[in-house]
Every structure is written in C-alpha cells, then in structure tokens.
Design a protein around this ligand. Structure first.
Ligand code: WTA
Length: 632
C-alpha cells in the first residue's frame, strides 16, 4: 500500500522528499502496486506540448489492483455497500470476491458484444452498483469508459457519444430519485435519433422493471449478456499510459471537452490521495455522496477506495428524500466513518434546520470532507458543529476533473484546518500563485492565479481528439505551468484558499458550467437575438445562472422565459437552467464587439454601482438600461 501520513513531521518530510526528488518519491509509491511488468522510468515531461508520461513502459491493469490483489487478505470484506433510494428497500453488499466475479462476468459480457481494448463505452446510469461494475468491467478489458451524468439531456448525451465515437451506451430503464421515477432509456432513444451513429449496442440494465421501447437492432439487456458468463476474465495488459477513461467537463469556450486520464498515474495518485486525505483505516465505512457522473465519483467512490481496499458506499438517492434527515440517518445506520460531500448539500441541509442531524447518532464520523466549490464560513462552521460535533476535522479538498485527484487539502489529524481554506498541498503537488504575467508570488499574504508548476501522476494527458485544445486551455496561459482557471489567496502561513474561477466557467451547486455553453443553448430559441450568461452569488447553490437576453420581437413575458428554460433543458439538461432571465435591449460590448461580462457580472452581483470606467465601451449608454432592469 501507498504511504499513509500520520503526523505533521511526517507530512513535512514527505512533502520535502516529493519536491526534492519527485521521481524517487513517486517510484516508491508506484512500486507498492501490482505490475505485470515493472516500469523502467518514472517520469518524462514537457509542459509546452504538453507531453507527460508517468511510469513508462509499465504494464498493468487497474482492476487487478482494485480487486484481485485484495482477495487474499480481504476477499470477504465488503467492497461496495449500496444504499437504495427507498430507505425501506434492501441494502446490497458486494464483497471483494463478489465484486471481482461480477466485474469479470460483465467484462465477458461486454466482450461477447464485441467490445475490445480501446473502444469507447458511454455510461448513462443512476447510482446503482452496476454502474461501478460496468466501469471496472471496461477497465478489465481495456475499453475506455466515459460516464455522462444522467441529468444531462439527450442532446448533451449525443454530443458526447459523437465526440467519443463510442461503440456502446450502457443505461438503465428508469432511475429512482427521491419520489421520482425518471425515464433513462427513452432519453437514450432520443439521443440515438439525434446522432450516435457510432453506437452499435445499447445495453440496458433492468433497474425498475419499467416499460421501455425496444429496438431489436441495437438494444440488449444487461442480464442477458451476463447470463452464463464465467466469473473469470483475464485482465487485458495495459500500458501505464493507455487511456483509462474520458470524462467530459465544461470550459470557458465551446462544447464540453473530454478530459483524458491514463491507467498508471491515475491508479497511483487516486490511491495515494485517498489513503491520506480520508485517513482510511481497515474496517472503516467510507461514504462519498457524489454522483459517479462527475470526477469525484470516479476517483473517490470507485477507484481510490477500491485501490486502497476500503469499503465504499454508494447511495442511489437524494439528500432530502424521504426527508432532510436522510444523509444523517444513513450515517447512523451504516456507522459511517468518513463522510465526503459538497458545500451545496451542506447549505441546503443547513437551511432545513439543526434538528435534522440532532436526531441521529453521528458519533462514528471521524472526518468530514468537502468538495467541488468554495465552502463559505457559515457552512463550514455548521458542518463542523452539527455533523462533526467539533471533533471531526474538515478536509476542504480542492481539485478538478483535470487533476484526477485531490490536490490541496488539510490532512485530518495531521495538518490544521481553517474555515474556507483548502490549506496545504498534498506531497507531490507544487501549487503556485502567479500574477497575470505569470510571475510567481513567492511571499505569503497574496492573491493570484493558481497554477501547478510540476506534474503529478494523475494530471490530464489530453482532451480527447483535440490535443491543441488541451495545450491552449491549460498550458499556454503561463509558460511551463498548468493553469487551473482558479483564483486563490495565501494567508500568512501559506495556507491556500481557492476563491473561484477567473474564467467564464461558473460553478452551480458544484457542477461546472461554461457560460458559452448556456448561451449557445439559449440562442437556439428562434426569438433570441443574443444572450450573455454570468454567475451570481446564490445562497444555496454557491453560484446561480443569470442570463441577459435580447428578444427578437420585444416579447419579454414569462411564457418566453419558460420557453427559454425549456430550450436549455433540451440542449444541456435541467442543471443548466438559468435562475434569472433579464430581457435587455443590448449588451455592453468592447469596440471589437466582445461582450463585457465583467460589467454584467457586477450588475448580477448587486455591484452595479461600482463598474469603473465604461467610457471605452462601444455602447456605454446601454449600461444604465441593463442596470435599471436588473432582477437582483
Ligand atoms: C472548484 C471537482 C474551492 C474550482 C472536483 C475548480 C473548489 C472546479 C473546490 C473544478 C474547493 C473544487 N474549494 N473551489 N475545495 N473544489 N472547486 O472539475 O473552481 O467538477 O476549478 O472538479 O471546482 O470542478 P470539477
């Protein structure tokens, strides 16, 4: 197993080692895994291309490390503990032995449908064990998985399928969420009608016994391809740098991009970071509430915990069903030891009242995690007091889809915590704050743009099918550095607080959204001339979506608003629906015709009296008009 740091002096020592000699540091960690053939070089890198390779020429399979290598010691230990949406329904448990067998059967089933190494398989599924099993089955045979969050629309699904040129979609019939039964297969059917020409098979997991339309050409039942398959499937031998998965995420321009992670580095880093950040001990019950449709679910529900031989819980439902005590009821029921969730959920549950957590015994909780967006002080204090009862340190974990794993975080019981601060980097991570010219601000007590100046094993390798884009977005802003897109502050002790995005990405309830993406969706409405989208502070969601829209025919009523929301829902999904739509006669623009989002952001944030110099705009007169009509 990778090192688990247990004291401050050890943290300092490990950190120093990781900076003085990163290769020796990561070599030692990587050697704790099972390799079919050992790597012969630890690292080659060049951030200009970018071209980063870890554990060169090493041969391995990540599922051997997630499953096979644990069988001897913990074959009968629960690997996945599944809590259903309906609190009265039966909990499911897979031991490591059972999970390995299930993964192998599924892998053999996928093979029987022609899936082989390098093929892309899209998952559009609820939080059921079969989702984790499916991902691992892909990894077993070297197929590349790409999970699309099941809240995305048919159009968004088709866009991702087409970009990945996937051969198969795996979905469920319906999805249980709260008191809703959400059709899933029918969304896939719509996606197949819009695009998805590369798809040969739609594999349907019978989750709810619901009625579905069936196409004999493409559709196949999960249970049918699994039936009669062997429990044994020899793992495909993968190179460290073979692709493990693609995960689409939003950027400031264009369509979502497929972030690519590879086998070896991702394996080493997710295991290393999991063991340290969550301080997992044998026998613990670990619960991350994220959806596997996002990176947090990939790294810290599936891969990290299983690589570390942990018991990882998967929850099918939502925090408020049947009531706002559900999370805490589950923590009590399963005696959860590590609990990892998003600030949005904390704020939403905090608003429901202190009496909800008070009803349950939360004494099993040893540490708390937060992820996905900045956590405000009030939420941090509430989490600490009402959930951790003052003795479960909070790990405010900063990281990104592109980083693959947690980068900056307190280590519970090892480094101190400070509300709203992600604090210190994990060993191996070298963050810096830079000014707009890229000069590193070495001193403490400064603000700057957050970059990472040295590679770590799970760094993004490319954006699928478009390496130039990867280079432009992450490696061109500042020479020789990975640029995160975030702004941050360092306090007097060098602790880092991540303030938020400095680009046109907004973070709504911990979900990343590109403003351009939402604008493109809004502009699909025939009566929209132009639109501009910005984020604004939102009490629960962190950021809300504020859209300024120029209407074609002066129509500015609620019917039109509703139509715009429907278009966004159709193009992206309900998570991208604007919270506010303000109709305007024009948008402030620079002389070169670019929308001045800075001004629009200020107006949406009730800071419209503080716009600075607007005289250089192409149309300064429009500003007063926009301000007057502001909805905040
Ligand atoms: C934001 C989620 C402040 C940040 C794992 C980042 C955070 C983006 C934190 C990545 C945090 C994530 N404090 N901001 N602890 N964690 N972020 O790719 O803006 O969905 O760039 O990955 O979320 O979002 P993503």
């Amino acid at each position: 197993m990778t090192t688990q740091i247990t004291s401050l002096s050890q943290y300092k020592e490990e950190y120093k080692k990781s900076v003085d000699n990163p290769e020796a540091f990561w070599k030692e960690q990587a050697e704790t895994f099972t390799w079919t053939k050992p790597f012969d070089k630890t690292l080659e890198w060049n951030f200009d291309e970018p071209d980063v390779k870890w554990f060169l020429n090493g041969k391995m399979n990540i599922t051997v490390n997630c499953l096979d290598r644990h069988i001897e010691k913990r074959g009968d230990q629960t690997a996945i503990l599944w809590e259903p949406n309906d609190p009265k329904a039966e909990v499911q448990e897979y031991t490591y032995k059972e999970l390995l067998a299930a993964v192998n059967r599924c892998a053999n089933g996928l093979k029987s449908k022609g899936i082989k190494k390098g093929d892309r398989v899209i998952f559009y599924m609820p939080m059921v064990p079969e989702l984790a099993i499916g991902l691992l089955a892909c990894a077993r045979i070297g197929a590349i998985h790409s999970v699309v969050f099941a809240g995305f629309s048919a159009q968004a699904l088709a866009d991702r399928v087409d970009d990945a040129q996937a051969k198969m979609i795996v979905c469920s019939d319906y999805n249980n969420r709260g008191n809703k039964n959400i059709p899933v297969k029918s969304v896939v059917d719509q996606a197949m009608d819009i695009g998805c020409n590369s798809i040969e098979t739609v594999l349907v997991h019978n989750n709810t016994d619901g009625d579905v339309e069936w196409s004999d050409d493409a559709d196949v039942w999960w249970h049918e391809i699994i039936a009669g398959q062997s429990d044994i499937c020899e793992p495909e031998i993968m190179d460290s740098e073979d692709m493990l998965f693609i995960l689409y995420t939003s950027g400031s321009t264009g369509k979502p991009k497929g972030v690519v992670h590879t086998c070896g580095g991702y394996m080493v880093y997710t295991c290393y970071s999991f063991r340290n950040v969550f301080q997992y001990k044998d026998g613990d019950i670990y619960w991350c509430t994220a959806d596997i449709g996002w990176i947090t679910g990939h790294s810290y529900i599936v891969y990290g915990p299983l690589l570390a031989g942990a018991t990882t819980m998967m929850f099918e439902g939502v925090p408020t069903f049947p009531d706002a005590g559900r999370f805490w009821e589950i923590c009590e029921k399963h005696k959860v030891n590590q609990f990892y969730t998003a600030p949005t959920a904390i704020r939403a549950l905090m608003a429901k009242g202190d009496h909800w957590p008070a009803k349950y015994d939360l004494s099993s909780i040893k540490m708390l995690g937060s992820v996905g967006e900045p956590i405000n002080e009030e939420a941090w204090e509430w989490y600490d007091k009402h959930i951790g009862k003052g003795n479960a340190p909070i790990a405010d974990t900063w990281w990104q889809t592109e980083t693959g794993g947690i980068m900056i975080t307190p280590i519970p019981g090892v480094t101190d915590t400070k509300p709203t601060y992600a604090s210190y980097p994990l060993p191996g991570i070298q963050p810096v704050l830079v000014d707009t010219e890229g000069n590193i601000k070495e001193e403490n007590n400064v603000e700057g743009l957050l970059c990472i100046k040295f590679p770590w094993p799970s760094i993004i390798r490319t954006t699928y099918g478009d390496h130039e884009r990867c280079k432009n977005v992450y490696f061109s802003a500042f020479k020789g550095m990975y640029f995160t897109g975030d702004g941050a502050r360092k306090d007097e002790a060098g602790r880092i607080r991540v303030i938020g995005r400095v680009d046109d990405v907004i973070n709504v309830s911990g979900h990343r959204m590109g403003t351009a993406e939402v604008e493109n969706a809004i502009n699909e409405h025939p009566n929209v001339i132009e639109s501009a989208v910005v984020g604004y502070p939102h009490d629960i969601k962190g950021q809300g979506i504020y859209a300024y829209v120029i209407s074609q025919n002066q129509q500015t009523d609620d019917t039109f608003r509703k139509e715009i929301l429907d278009v966004v829902k159709r193009e992206i999904g309900p998570i991208a629906k604007p919270d506010m739509i303000q109709f305007v006669n024009g948008l402030p623009k620079t002389r070169s015709g670019k929308i001045m989002r800075r001004i629009l952001r200020k107006i949406a944030s009730k800071d419209g009296d503080n716009l600075g110099d607007i005289s250089t705009l192409l149309n300064p007169e429009i500003v007063a008009d926009v301000k007057d009509g502001a909805l905040v």
